[in-house]
Design a protein around this ligand. Sequence first.
Ligand code: NAD
Length: 282
Amino acid sequence: TAPSYLVGLVGAGVGPSLTPSLHEREAAATGRRLIYRTIDIAELDLPPESVADLVPAARRLGFNGLNITHPCKQLVLPVLDGLTSDAAAIGAVNTVVFDGGSAIGHNTDGSGFARSLERGLPHAPRERVVLLGAGGAGAAVAHALLESGVRTLVVADLDTGRAAELAERVGRRFRGARCEPAGADDPERLLAGADGLVHATPVGMAHHPGTPVPRELLRPPLWVADVVYRPLRTELLRDARSQGCATLDGGAMAVFQAADAFQLFTGTPPDRERMLAHFHDL
Ligand code: NAD
């Protein structure tokens, strides 16, 4: 009989997530049975801290693993038995694999972004890159950018304390690179001399419309990547394209984080391009 898997997604408001379909369709395409359940803490009226009960419960119920999303990616850390070095450095977990008796935390947001950048903007210069947004997604992206060879990373956030903390943390891990914290109130100064801009704040999402950077500051050869993927075409990317900048939307990151999690859950490499095609069908 075909191998079978039971996995899930814990977070608030995860009902509409496309991740379950991505995993289930890829499993079917590779001759596996995989059931992917959402565990929506908002719908269940549970506090974010309840992830600490849900993870051991899922393990006892026979789940192979879980994806973890907002607002539980850090709250899950104390109940895990181990972390990959990436997850430990990022300080957040989006994938838990139950292996034997233990629960190991991984972070595939970082690896997903790295793959997406490699695929979508393979020749983008990376001497000086500005990361706008030092939250959960920003932390994963910062590590991925430095891993991919960025020489100077400017970490900017409205919350300058957060920017400073992340710049300090990644700077300690990547000693050959420069990591500079910045505020977000002077985008012109922020972008001066930058090769690329990666946007990792919620601005541009359906319930958070707008753009954090005035259109006229987006000029080639600057490239612009957005991690927001609902919608795929954010105002920032529309502006950047209209100005002639090379761009990358958040879709491939969302798909490739799922692909990397699929590989961890099943032990089998997925067909990433097929998963991306599924995503665009959904
Ligand atoms: P978060 O709340 O952890 O962090 C957001 C950060 O942005 C905060 O530090 C906040 O201070 C900062 N910020 C908000 N508005 C700003 C502005 N105008 N200028 C500068 N900084 C500002 O959120 P998160 O979990 O990091 O998510 C951010 C976005 O990334 C969301 O839209 C989420 O959907 C997206 N995301 C995408 C993927 C993907 O796979 N494509 C994965 C994870 C998150």
